[in-house]
Design a protein. Structure first.
Ligand SMILES: N[C@@H](CCC(=O)N[C@@H](CS)C(=O)NCC(=O)O)C(=O)O
Length: 229
């Protein structure tokens, strides 16, 4: 890209796990971009025209507008294949895409759901945290998710074929929000998953983003007695 060309724009606030997922993929591939920090709530008409579901992230590159993190990553992988974020072999490739989908749905709902209730509800919506829902997430929903992820990991370093991929980027993202909600994976009950999340967050493309987000504008909501790293 020459200096006269405008940089692609990533619309979306850094705190969103889906925006973080795209930021990490961009860092991994060394792609330059600018970021608007757009919130999805009460978004201006101009943004909703670009992102008809009024969700973040949304990628804008010239006339190309892509309003979904998975579509953005698929585009980036095709357009900038090196370094790859998907295995080349069909089966593992599909497996990585399934785990990306699981992260974007179940992990988002449960792991990031705790952050949404504890932090976003009182701040963005001026509503009380639904403590009953948080208890349900922590005591009932999350253990199933953590068991499933441990199973998928199968003692390997990364989720698919032992190599860092889209699956790891997507899964680990919501755990930054989990930490900001004062929670962490219980290392006694899920030791492999706990060290896996730390390992993914320590990758060169992830570490600066995790640090910035943990120290960013939402750090003040993190409970003082939080036992997270
Ligand atoms: N499938 C979408 C999900 C994006 C998403 O749900 N983003 C949240 C922010 S973390 C959002 O924009 N929520 C606004 C809303 O649901 O109205 C993606 O992967 O990009």
């Amino acid at each position: 890209m020459t200096s006269s060309e405008a940089l692609p724009v990533l619309h979306g606030a850094n705190i969103s796990p889906y925006v973080r997922k795209v930021r990490v993929a961009l860092a991994y591939k060394g792609i330059e971009y600018s970021n608007t920090q757009q919130s999805p709530f009460n978004a201006p008409e101009e943004f909703v025209e670009k992102s008809p579901l009024s969700k973040i992230p949304c990628w804008e590159e010239g006339e190309l507008i892509l309003p979904d993190s998975s579509v953005i990553l698929s585009y980036l992988e095709y357009r900038y294949p090196d370094p790859p974020l998907l295995p080349a072999v069909a089966g593992p490739r599909a497996r990585a895409l399934w785990l990306e989908e699981y992260a974007d749905t179940k992990v988002g709902e449960t792991v990031a759901g705790v952050f949404f209730q504890r932090v976003i509800m009182p701040t963005a919506f001026k509503q009380e945290t639904d403590e009953q829902l948080v208890r349900h997430l922590l005591d009932s929903a999350l253990p199933k998710v953590f068991d499933y992820l441990t199973d998928c990991l199968g003692g390997e370093e990364f989720m698919v074929s032992g190599k860092f991929s889209i699956a790891d980027i997507a899964i680990a993202s919501a755990f930054v929000n989990f930490a900001l909600a004062g929670e962490t994976v219980d290392t006694d009950r899920w030791p492999e998953l706990a060290s896996y999340i730390q390992r993914v967050h320590a990758q060169p493309c992830y570490a600066p983003i995790v640090k910035a987000d943990l120290e960013g504008e939402f750090a003040r909501f993190r409970p003082k007695d939080s036992h997270n790293a």
